[in-house]
Ligand binder design. Structure first.
Ligand code: V3L
Length: 85
C-alpha cells in the first residue's frame, strides 16, 4: 500500500503475503477501523480478526493462523501459496 505495508498470514517457518484482491479487502476494512473482516479464500469463508490478529475459517475454528500488517519488504515465503523464486 502507499505506506509500504502489506498483509501476511502465517505459514510453516515464515509468512505468506495475501493475494492482491484479499489484501485490498483487508486494508479497506482495517482503514475503516472495523474489528473484523470476512474473506473468501479458495471457496471457504474466513474471518480476519484485527484485535487478535488471526484469520479463522468460519466453520472450523481449529483452522487458525496469525496475520500481520508489516513492511512489504520483509522476508516472505511467497504470495498466497506461490513460492518466491
Ligand atoms: N490465502 C491463501 N491460501 C490460504 C489462506 C490465505 N489467506 N489461508 C489459508 N490458505 P487452513 P506452508 C497455505 C490455504 O488455515 O508450507 C499456504 O498458502 C492454506 O495454504 O487450515 O505450511 C500454502 O499454500 C492451506 O493450503 O484453513 O507454509 C500452504 O498453506 C489451506 O488453505 C502450505 O504453506 C488450508 O488452510
Amino acid at each position: 500500500f502507499e505506506d509500504g505495508y502489506q498483509w501476511f498470514y502465517e505459514g510453516k517457518n515464515g509468512w505468506w503475503q495475501y493475494d492482491e484482491r484479499t489484501s485490498v479487502e483487508l486494508e479497506n476494512s482495517y482503514q475503516k477501523g472495523e474489528k473484523m473482516c470476512q474473506l473468501l479464500i479458495a471457496g471457504f469463508i474466513y474471518v480476519a480478526d484485527f484485535e487478535a490478529m488471526i484469520q479463522v475459517r468460519q466453520n472450523d475454528p481449529s483452522r487458525r493462523r496469525k496475520i500481520k500488517r508489516d513492511l512489504a519488504t520483509i522476508q516472505k515465503k511467497g504470495v498466497a501459496g506461490l513460492r518466491q523464486v
